[in-house]
Design a protein around this ligand. Sequence first.
Ligand code: EPS
Length: 390
Amino acid sequence: MLRFETAGESHGECLVATVSGLPAGIPISVDAVNRELWRRQQGYGRGGRMKIETDRAEIVAGVRHSRTIGSPVAIIVRNKDWENWTDVLPVEDLDGAEDKRKPVTRPRPGHADLAGAIKYNFHDARYILERASARETTARVAVGAMAKALLSEFGIQVLSHVIAVGSVRLDRAATWDELIALSRRDDVLLGCVEPAVEARMKDVVDEVYRTGDTVGGVFEVVARGVPPGLGSHTTWDARLDGRIAQAIVSIQAVKGVEVGFAAEGAASFGSKVQDSIHYDREGQRFTRGANRAGGIEGGMSNGQDILVRGLLKPISTLRRPLESVDLATREPALAAYERSDVAVVPAAGVIGEAMVAIVLAQAFLDKFGGDSVGETRRNYDGYLEQVKSF
Ligand code: EPS
């Protein structure tokens, strides 16, 4: 079973991830992991923190001579900003530490601050926001890079693009080649495949910069090369769409998820929404009239591209803060502001890729198992034979 955990606070010493259950023999490139971390940091609308950090993975266990060895993989990403926070968030409460705290007592509407402070019984939301921050997703993206390395051994790739920023929306499907080109860009604006639409998205971000506001949007993750049969219809928690939905909504600021053309489908008719089934006798395979289901039927992959969208609310830290209440005085007060991103949709897309890759890798290993990549491959090849001769 493929499992992972992360630890680390936004302004703590480092972010940490451990991953267990990866078969031995998967090629791992530290450069490839760092490229994913770099991609997560990009996009027009990110805040001052991204100028401080250059995220780099240190793989300290589980990989030797550029391959996994079957033992847990452990990854550290250091926070450069930590040196500015050693007095504020020390591990040990030494003399005088009290005066150096930067308590957050004016919770931000929309952030974890208030619910977390009540739940963990802190009158300082600092301890909550430090972990609730999307900085935590750095560790998830590093884990996602491991999952991608496994999947790519079996011809499965996971990419993303931005469909909407605020009300500006791409009104056509992106091609796979466009997504590949996007993932190779060394200059990321807003992660949209259509330059004219991307320019209008930038105008929206410029507007929120001007007004002290923030803006959300929609990203789409596409997985290509997924065989039919990952996930299962047999139990609720084995359903691939349900597992992917949880993974996407677990990303900070994501409030909604769509598999395939769910919203359009809900407003349409059965005769218009289902993907008709055909058979190609020469190729000896089933084909489909469309992919409105987003590659998943009955909780199982059906062999088409998996299409998943994440709907992101605007970031909840505003330069022009919203109404709140001071936790200490209970008097009305404006919400706390230190610094923030104003738009993070392309970064959320990269995190979405990581989460989808992790769920697909888990479902893949649930089905094909294997302690070494060779064993996984034998199992996988045997299944592909079965599918071919079905
Ligand atoms: C983030 C780092 C954070 C924020 C952002 C995500 O850095 P800092 O709090 O030091 O500015 O930029 O966090 C949030 C959006 C949030 O609400 O906490 C990152 O690495 O992605």
